[in-house]
Write a protein that binds this ligand. Sequence first.
Ligand code: SF4
Ligand code: SF4
Length: 182
Amino acid sequence: MDKILEQLPKKAKDKHNENIKLFKKLNKKPPKHLDNLMVELHDNEFEKTDCLTCGNCCKTTVPWLNDQDVARIAKHLKLKEQKFIEEYLEVGEDNELSFKSAPCVFLGFDNECSIYNIRPKACREYPHTNRRRFHKISAITLENVAICPAAFNIVEELKKRLPIQYSEKGGKPREKFRRGGG
Ligand code: SF4
Ligand code: SF4
């Protein structure tokens, strides 16, 4: 897995223009069966993916937390919500909340999450490859394919299943890595 993770940013960069073209096409005319197809591709990939050998999302990105996440995790830690926010979270420009830093403080050396059953919604849903209207989260997916080997493979499989002619032109990769949960 170490080698896969080491090579992933370069592989994602090489595919970036192609992926932009894919999302442009999908946004123009999403296939009717896209939601079902994404569930199928996501399930197939995660059947053969062992996240415990990876943990790259928890090591390199910070998830957003919604109000329910804050209430649930604060209760679990036996902290007042305000205390939990002060100790563990960063408040963004628009008052959005995320963990202060990556790697996540709840990630164990064995890649186990110590709050797995009550983890934030954004963690549960990462890398969002089975969500409805997948084409609407192109910006975050373009980032995730450089972080998550499963997301990379899912997008590659999607391109095989929706053959499109890919040009060489496209925009630059984004550089800010955060995990959306919406
Ligand atoms: S809460 Fe758990 S799943 Fe979420 S980033 Fe931290 S270790 Fe990973
Ligand atoms: S979701 Fe992706 S990045 Fe996170 S541990 Fe699993 S394979 Fe790795």
